[in-house]
Ligand binder design. Sequence first.
Ligand SMILES: Cc1cc2nc3c(=O)[nH]c(=O)nc-3n(C[C@H](O)[C@H](O)[C@H](O)COP(=O)(O)OP(=O)(O)OC[C@H]3O[C@@H](n4cnc5c(N)ncnc54)[C@H](O)[C@@H]3O)c2cc1C
Length: 297
Amino acid sequence: MLLTPDDVPYDNALVGKPLEEMGYVWYFPRTSTEINVGLGFQMNKEPVPLVDRLREDVSGRPEFDGAELAEINGEADKLGAALGLRRPLDSMVAPGYVTVGCNAGTTHPVSGKGIRGAAVTGYSAGKYGAKAVHGDEDGFISEADLWDHNYFVYAEHGLGTRIASKDPYNIAASEAGMANVRAAVALLPEAEITDVVSSEEDSFGVRNVANLASGVVKNAWSLFRDDRFDELDTSKREVLETLADFIATRRYADQLEHQYANYPDDRDEFFRWRDERDALDAQLNDRLGVSGAETKY
Ligand SMILES: Cc1cc2nc3c(=O)[nH]c(=O)nc-3n(C[C@H](O)[C@H](O)[C@H](O)COP(=O)(O)OP(=O)(O)OC[C@H]3O[C@@H](n4cnc5c(N)ncnc54)[C@H](O)[C@@H]3O)c2cc1C
């Protein structure tokens, strides 16, 4: 947390800049002079020396000239942690055990946001954990007794389903590399990007592929017109391949969402459900050319 001597010019915005290894640097202003500055990278890639990169980034910025590190309880206000950018666990219960939040994998696999997932799963665990204990007749709280927690998170509430259906974009982006991801972000319509990073129920991207393509063409044309296409920093062929992969990924994401929305309300059906889901995973991996130890799950 940096305290700047003067107001920053982006106190009403969230600033994100690409970093190597699928990472990004952020400046999130709390007020116009209190800026949460940080960075992260995807940990299945080569490690990035975080402190060095952050120093490199902020030392060139005029608004941080003379800035000081904020303190909390007499110590520097700084924090770091690793987050699992993955889909939620297939099942979040075991005998006598319910898991929630980061431990249940309910962090958004693209944005890393996890507070909403922690809140929803915490609510569910409390409600259905208590129900299982109150209804207990044999002194043993089994997986089946706690199954309502899974069913709530995936089917009834649906947040787990929405988060799981964003995970294919994380896999596709890891395969495409940062330059192509930046290019895709510059070309895709805004509604599509919003949909990928959202976990809202009413967020859906451009409805059909024809409209998606026309949005891409519009953005590409405006880059050409302003003579900025070369700023994409990658070849046109690679951009086209990345966009084709994006469309294929979106199709799998839709199928995956449908699969998770039909999460079984009964543990006995779970293994059939999981086999079907694994078959969808295999199709996506085939399409993206991910195999063996490279597969995410
Ligand atoms: C740098 C950073 C920025 C983030 N930004 C955002 C954001 O902008 N928006 C957003 O939605 N999410 C954000 N997240 C993610 C969000 O913080 C987490 O997803 C969320 O806090 C998960 O909540 P949780 O309750 O599952 O786990 P936590 O908040 O990690 O809580 C777990 C708690 O358990 C305690 N604990 C661990 N082991 C034990 C033990 N053995 N006994 C007792 N206690 C124990 C820990 O000390 C901790 O207090 C960010 C995360 C990081 C690291």
